[in-house]
Design a protein around this ligand. Structure first.
Ligand SMILES: [Zn+2]
Ligand SMILES: [Zn+2]
Length: 560
């Protein structure tokens, strides 16, 4: 093979559990060779991989070792997931990787692609092996439709009544009225046996609600039909995961980017955490339903989406400082999403269905970028921490949360100002500021519910254990100052005009517009970074000893 240059060879090394021959063959067939590459599959016995687990809500996975052959580079043989991760931190020329590919099946679904937006088509249910991060990306969404009037077509997106088992429709009173009732009627008329769970108003995707849902299941569902947006969509993912059912999400608002993501925002013991979850098998979006929802919801979706330049900068920062794995494909897809949506900010404020079509396509792409990365990193950084911290402080600070995307929009502009502030202040001088220990954190976060406080301390401890200490981070910052800012600036180039676009779409842009007064803003900025181990611009400011100055000077309210 030496004369053939770069090539790709897959060796199947095992499976999560026994897999049917037909499923295996179908999956292998999907690993079609990319143009110009040598591609072989070596079949052998399929030993069960220790620690392997069935993909959430999906089929068992086969494990492959992927060998990219490049005659110019030395070859390495790295077998385990851990080594795979480490290798990406330490060397740029990893040759062997260990990937997992979900076995594909037809799930009883037809493969009609009418109403499938062209920008999303390349990602559906097809392993993509060309990414330079070395991983095989696969987004296990099988069918997706976006268009006016699709609410009447939901049965076309599901298996035939006898094949799919019982359906369990999940909604809240608002989403039931907006779409759920109609979807239920249409599905019953098509011959499905359907049960309904309409939750009380303003439900939460938390441990209590999930336990209630599981305890009161009216059937053993073959499919969950989640009719709603953020909370109902996340509960649908969790319920599908716990019951082994497939998930179909029917979107009711263009209010956030989580529909197609492999993450569920879940509140466990009072602390909101991103849980890895399979995205829905099927997503149906009726753009007329989206445009009929209050325009504030669309503006919030736009706000959630536009966090990308900042979350991307945080991800790259974490990559450079801590060696966090980064995926260029996920970044690219997320960039595309933002570019699309920014074309028609005014149409969102005026409720034009076409603008909502563009917006939801971008939100779905943004979700897919998270599914590609296998993490929320492409679309969630410091600005999201600010929003999440406001949510968990709702009781303690007696401030009802605003919409996620509204809080994120303000957080995005604050983080952009923080980056500008830190860049202007120059490289660190003097000894590093001391880091807060558990006692200091207990005092800082005393207003949180007891369980949330304990969960936060666990996260903060994990961050201390997993990350190089502050001294090491500062050394890297000093040594790589120019290079780091070059990378960050490149990413933040997209931030120009963010405030204008957000305001045009009807999004709040200042703390004062989301009931956060200057004193609360200071408390928020000082505390939010402790709730997750993710490294963001908030940590950078603390490492540099400049977070307090940013707060004292109220630089968070300056014009960018
Ligand atoms: Zn978000
Ligand atoms: Zn990648």
């Amino acid at each position: 093979m030496g004369s053939q240059g770069i090539g790709t060879l897959f060796r199947i090394i095992g499976a999560d559990e026994a897999v049917a021959e037909a499923d295996l063959k179908a999956s292998i067939a999907r690993l079609s060779p990319p143009h110009g590459k040598v591609h072989r599959l070596v079949e052998g016995e399929l030993p069960r991989i220790a620690g392997g687990q069935r993909a959430p809500g999906g089929l068992p996975r086969i494990h492959v070792r992927r060998h990219v052959r490049d005659d110019d580079q030395p070859q390495r043989d790295q077998n385990t997931e851990t080594q795979h991760r480490n290798s990406r931190l330490s060397c740029g020329h990893r040759r062997w990787g260990h990937d997992m590919i979900a076995l594909t099946g037809d799930h009883g679904l037809s493969h009609s692609d009418a109403h499938l937006p062209a920008s999303l088509a390349p990602w559906l249910d097809r392993p993509d092996e060309g990414c330079s991060c070395g991983r095989i990306h696969q987004v296990p969404i099988t069918r997706l439709g976006v268009g006016p009037g699709l609410i009447d077509a939901v049965p076309d997106y599901l298996p035939r009544p006898a094949a799919g088992g019982d359906l369990l429709l999940l909604a809240d009173p608002d989403t039931w009225q907006a779409a759920g009732e109609k979807v239920a009627r249409t599905l019953r008329a098509a011959g499905h046996r359907l049960f309904e769970q309409v939750l009380p108003a303003a439900p939460h995707a938390d441990d209590v609600t999930l336990a209630d849902l599981l305890r009161t299941l009216p059937c053993t569902p073959g499919w969950i039909i989640a009719v709603g947006s953020g909370t109902i969509g996340d509960l649908g993912k969790l319920l599908a995961d716990r019951t082994g059912a497939q998930l179909c999400t029917v979107a009711t608002a263009a209010s956030m980017n989580g529909y197609a993501s492999s993450i569920a925002a879940f509140t466990r013991r009072g602390l909101k955490i991103p849980l890895p979850m399979a995205p829905p098998r099927v997503i149906v979006v009726d753009t007329q339903v989206l445009a009929a929802a209050p325009s504030r919801l669309g503006a919030a979706g736009f706000g959630d989406l536009l966090s990308k330049p900042l979350s991307g900068a945080d991800w790259k920062l974490s990559h450079l400082l801590l060696g966090e794995a980064i995926c260029p494909t996920a970044l690219q897809v997320a960039d595309d999403a933002v570019r699309r949506a920014r074309r028609d900010a005014a149409g969102i404020a005026s409720g034009e269905p076409a603008a909502y079509g563009t917006l939801i396509e971008a939100l779905l792409l943004s979700g897919i970028s998270m599914s590609i990365a296998g993490a929320s990193s492409p679309a969630s950084g410091g600005e999201h921490l600010l929003s999440h911290y406001l949510d968990i402080s709702a009781e303690g600070w007696a401030r009802p949360p605003r919409l996620h995307g509204e809080q994120v929009a303000v957080g995005t502009l604050v983080c952009a100002r923080l980056y500008a502030f830190l860049r202007a202040a120059g490289p660190p001088a003097g000894p590093p500021p001391s880091e807060e220990d558990d006692d200091a954190l207990r005092i800082l976060h005393a207003h949180l519910p007891a369980e949330a406080l304990e969960a936060l301390l666990t996260e903060a401890r994990a961050a201390r254990q997993q990350q190089p200490d502050r001294m090491a981070r500062l050394t890297r910052l000093r040594e790589g100052w120019e290079r780091i800012w070059h990378t960050v600036d490149e990413q933040l180039g997209d931030a120009a005009g963010l405030e204008r676009d957000l305001a045009t779409a009807g999004c709040p842009t200042r703390f004062s517009q989301i009931d956060v007064d200057p004193s609360l803003a200071g408390q928020l900025l000082r505390r939010a970074r402790h709730m997750r181990r993710r490294y963001t611009v908030l940590d950078l400011a603390a490492d540099l000893g400049r977070l307090d100055a940013f707060i004292a000077e109220r630089a968070w309210d300056a014009d960018v």
